[in-house]
Design a protein around this ligand. Sequence first.
Ligand code: FMN
Length: 186
Amino acid sequence: MDALTALHKRVSVPRLGAPGPDAEQLEALLRAAMRAPDHGLLRPWRFVVLDGERRERFGERLEAILLEDQPDADDAAREKARAHSLRAPMVIVAVAEIEPDHPKAPPVEQIMATACAVENMMVTAHALGLGAMWRTGGWARDNRVKHALGFAAKDEIVSFLYLGQPAGNIKSVPEPVLTDYLRELP
Ligand SMILES: Cc1cc2nc3c(=O)[nH]c(=O)nc-3n(C[C@H](O)[C@H](O)[C@H](O)COP(=O)(O)O)c2cc1C
């Protein structure tokens, strides 16, 4: 698929089946991430690839965090935490490893650069015929989850990027009216 088609047609795919990206596809995704724009060339993005039983191990850590907050959590809530990363064969957790006092690139720019890296991966996934879905949610803002992934409270989980084979229908999105998004200089 050519680059413009991938950019113009990418959609999120919530239902994802096996297999996940193979080694070659994963490398293509990560190489695309590395080409994200990045103020100060900090390369603030870090990626934790959850596949196979790593998804279960991560889910067990989420369940343990849930039980710290809610020792009486019911089975459904515990199962939901354990199943966090089982919705797809692979989840790439994208984390901005923040350099807090950088003179040129404040933390928000480091987060934006990491977000660009995620979008590069999403477009690449689409071009490769893979499905992808960006999720965050409450876990992404929990410092204990950052620690469970090997990061510090200052760092930011930017995305849980779910990846796999598109399952079910790929939605079609109406073409937006471009002028709705343009404003004249006042
Ligand atoms: C920063 C960010 C966080 C998001 N978090 C979630 C989420 O937690 N759950 C969810 O269903 N969609 C989330 N989304 C939205 C979906 O990934 C997706 O973009 C949206 O459903 C629109 O679909 P489209 O990408 O096909 O236009 C998030 C998107 C962004 C950019």
